[in-house]
Write a protein that binds this ligand. Structure first.
Ligand SMILES: *Cc1c(COP(=O)(O)O)cnc(C)c1O
Length: 809
């Protein structure tokens, strides 16, 4: 139990103001939008992509009374009843507090690092060890400098074993994580090329990761990833070498199973696992050696390994029946992951009504203290309805402010499901794996056409952060969500952007803006191509038009004058070379004279569009555009006599022309994970179109495939038919081997002409089965090049009948 005074001592801070030194502290808060326990919250003003100091007042308004800050001086404090502790760096302070907390425990703490597989190994160990242990695992991907601090903070006295993940991307980052985790057992999963950015070589990366194990007595790792350098990398190794402590003798795969034969202490052991892919096999072996280290009997290890379940651990957003949205998170349940899921629910504004279906927690987590926290968490959410499954939760019923329904089991809920009137709302389904709430989710979700476009909302968020980090000080950010957010879906994406406090959204047409408003988006929205017939909607939905010509200016002014409206926000578009929409320089004077005597409008921004910001051969032209824009925008500002936001950069402009970021930038394609600047930005892929194999045929050489007999076979072949055609947006030019798809990691060409709803693939060189998943565009940028177009066209061309499935991981 900590108080603000004990925190003060732990941080050895010298400068502080305490209004109430006895205030209890149980929750560490770094984001004023994510607070579950206001009374016992301690806010850290961390300087990340945003400066946390900006959100002190927001946190204060929500009820937080304790703050760790670094640079604001409140000598005349506007917050007389709050506690303030000044430190050099709030991130270091939260880490110091976590490290102190860690020292209070003597239980085994497993620290896990590596390039891939960390989360899976962590989850599997949870499945494997949960019958003996009250196991704590760091939630989802809380593995960063801040994430680890928050994870470690959640360690409690009743845990008997902890698994904490450490992720680094740059040299020098591990030491801080080591101090917080201080593992007694260390696991290295592997070393890959992922996240290579900050490192000169693979061995540099290994050295950095190894720092996690500085004081760790037991270190487990696969020898194949670690060079044989005597005395540097010591520990328990597994691999195919005779010198390995756990030596793999044979791996054989058949159907859906893999048999692993290994030698350990002169004994041969067999393990059968329900997976075949290399990554899973590697991860399972890591789990086996951990269990050996923890002293488990081989028969128990064998039995439990056999029953491992693959993880569908992505929180998914799906379209439900009766115009509902379903957030499906049915593989784990504890307070931390519930909080993440509730944050996500909160950020989805497409429906005002929200419901939660919640299972019991896993064993030993239903203490009174946890139940109190749960009540607090739920009552903070404005939920319309809470559906509880399992007796362990029944104690909280009377304390919940929303309508509550309760069931003893999932089966009981299913039997009653048709009587609950889920309608026009967002439903979060959150439950531990053993409750099988996926069965409930299946019943509530609208049946899908088999071809889907998966959109990773978390990746959009990361890409946003990436570009934010490239912005100069105080530059505002406008996101382009035109054309259904480049094909990714409007309100789902807009909600994420709004949650991340963007400054502006931009759509192409008024209809798109209206749809966003109806879904609850409140950010300012600019409309690129307004026309007279839509002025009514512009007003009713508070949209802000781009004014690009004398004609549209006069029409809009007249429209506003007729309604006696003043100061309506507009954006003036200048044409500096694109020659699409916008005032030419010789038209500007005239427009300014009009604006000067038109109180109906207020010019919020003036902007222009770069023609070739990605093309280095056009540098001179771009420089000229920027210069011309600055001159014209300056003229406009001096005539209007008030400040106006100036902006010209699109995605590649932000990167290639940083000095032209001015007051705001307009981020488009980069947000959706496509980097056309050749700058190695390491964006995260956002969307993936996936389909499945409907049928496989064995055909002889000289037969043909598809319309017009274009697919001529030169050898005996295996041909797979997949459910995507040109009506779905799979361009007909991709037929006859131009298009490539991916099945189980292997690339296969199309054969024959693309049909309207289907096309065929030549899978002769690989092993595949009917029903297998197919990735339609393994390399979007290359595919676009192959048919002489750009990724933008392929993305927005995916037709609306391809269902968008959202997830956030
Ligand atoms: C689409 C668009 C952008 C964004 O362009 P990207 O290349 O996708 O970043 C910026 N400004 C205007 C006016 C646009 O139409």
């Amino acid at each position: 139990m900590y108080t603000i005074t004990s925190v003060l001592q732990i941080l050895s801070a010298e400068h502080y103001v305490l209004a109430d030194g006895g205030l209890a502290i149980s929750e560490l808060v770094y984001d004023s939008r994510k607070i579950s326990n206001v009374e016992e919250g301690l806010f850290f003003a961390i300087k990340g992509s945003r400066d946390g100091h900006q959100f002190i007042s927001d946190a204060y308004e929500k009820g937080i009374r304790s703050f760790v800050i670094s640079d604001v001086d409140f000598s005349t404090s506007p917050y007389p009843d709050a506690n303030f502790i000044w430190v050099g760096d709030a991130l270091k302070a939260i880490q110091a507090l976590a490290a102190f907390h860690r020292m209070q425990f003597t239980i085994p703490v497993i620290g896990i690092t590596g390039s891939n597989g960390k989360t899976i190994v962590k989850e599997w160990l949870h499945q494997l060890l949960t019958s003996e242990h009250n196991l704590y695992q760091s939630p989802k991907s809380y593995n960063s400098q801040l994430g680890v601090a928050l994870s470690v903070w959640n360690l409690r006295a009743d845990h008997t074993l902890a698994i904490i993940e450490a992720g680094i991307s740059r040299p020098g980052e591990m030491e801080a994580l080591r101090k917080m985790i201080d593992p007694s057992i260390g696991i290295l999963t592997n070393i890959g090329t992922a996240h290579m950015e900050g490192f000169a070589s693979k061995s540099d990366k290994l050295d950095e990761k190894w720092k996690l194990f500085k004081n760790t007595p037991q270190i487990l790792f696969p020898s194949s990833y670690v060079p044989d350098t005597e005395n540097i990398y010591n520990g328990f190794t597994w691999g195919t070498k005779e010198s390995d402590d756990f030596q793999i003798l044979n791996i054989s795969t058949e159907h859906t199973e893999t048999k692993i034969t290994a030698r350990y202490q002169q004994e041969n052991l067999d393990f059968v696992i329900p997976f075949q892919d290399k990554a899973s096999i590697e991860n399972v072996i890591t789990c086996i050696v951990v269990m050996i280290q923890l002293g488990y009997d081989f028969t128990i290890i064998q039995e439990r390994i056999k029953g491992l379940k693959p993880l569908e651990m992505r929180l998914q957003l799906k379209r439900g029946k009766n115009n509902c949205s379903i957030i499906d998170d049915t593989y784990s349940n504890d307070l931390a992951s519930l909080q993440i899921a509730l944050d996500f629910l909160n950020q989805q504004n497409q429906h005002t009504q929200k419901s939660l279906i919640l299972s019991g927690f896993v064993d030993a987590q239903s203490t009174d203290k946890i139940m109190d926290k749960l009540i607090h968490l739920l009552n903070n959410q404005l939920l319309k309805r809470v559906v509880l499954i399992d007796r362990s939760l029944f104690g909280i019923i009377t304390a919940i402010n929303s309508e509550v329904l309760c069931y003893e089991s999932t089966a009981e809920l299913i039997a009653d499901l048709s009587r609950i009137n889920f309608n026009n709302e967002t439903i979060l389904i959150k439950g531990a794996r053993k409750f099988h709430l996926e069965e409930v989710s299946q019943l509530l979700v609208e049946k899908s056409h088999d071809t889907v476009m998966e959109i990773n909302l978390k990746a959009i968020e990361s890409n946003l952060m990436r570009y934010r980090s490239l912005l100069q000080k105080d530059v505002k950010l406008m996101a382009m969500v035109k054309a259904f957010s480049y094909g990714s879906g409007s309100f789902e994406v807009a909600n994420v952007l709004q949650f991340n406090k963007l400054d502006y959204l931009t759509v192409a047409f008024v209809d798109e803006g209206v749809e966003l408003r109806k879904a609850g988006v409140t950010l300012p929205i600019m409309v690129l191509s307004p026309h007279e017939g839509t002025f009514g909607d512009i007003l009713s939905y508070h949209l802000e038009p781009e004014i690009y010509s004398k004609r549209i200016l006069n029409a809009f002014l007249q429209f506003l004058a007729d309604r006696q409206i003043k100061d309506y926000p507009i954006h003036i578009k200048l044409d500096t070379g694109m020659h699409r929409l916008g005032f030419m320089k010789n038209e500007l004077d005239d427009a300014l004279t009009t604006l000067q005597k038109s109180p109906q409008v207020k010019v919020v921004s003036v902007f222009s569009h770069l023609v070739a910001s990605a093309d280095t051969a056009q540098k001179e032209f771009t420089a000229h555009q920027i210069q011309e824009f600055k001159r014209l925008a300056g003229a406009l500002e001096s005539v209007l006599e008030y400040p106006v936001l100036k902006h010209i950069c699109n995605t590649t402009g932000i990167v290639n022309w940083p000095d032209a970021q001015m007051d705001m930038v307009r981020l488009g394609i980069g947000l959706y994970g496509i980097d056309l600047s050749d700058n190695g930005l390491h964006l995260e892929p956002v969307s993936a179109v996936k389909t499945t194999i409907s049928q496989i045929k064995q055909l002889n050489a000289a037969e043909t495939v598809g319309y017009d007999r274009k697919g001529v076979l030169k050898r005996d072949s295996h041909i797979a038919t997949v459910k995507i055609g040109y009506a779905d947006g799979y361009d007909r030019r991709l037929g006859n081997g131009i298009g490539k798809m991916m099945i189980a990691g292997q690339i296969v060409p199309t054969i024959g002409n693309v049909c309207m709803d289907m096309c065929m693939l030549d899978i002769t060189d690989i092993i595949a089965n009917e029903g297998d998943e197919v990735i339609v565009f393994p390399d979007l940028i290359q595919t676009a090049k192959d048919i002489g177009t750009i990724p933008y066209e392929l993305l927005v061309g995916i037709s609306s009948r391809v269902k968008r499935v959202y997830f956030y991981e």
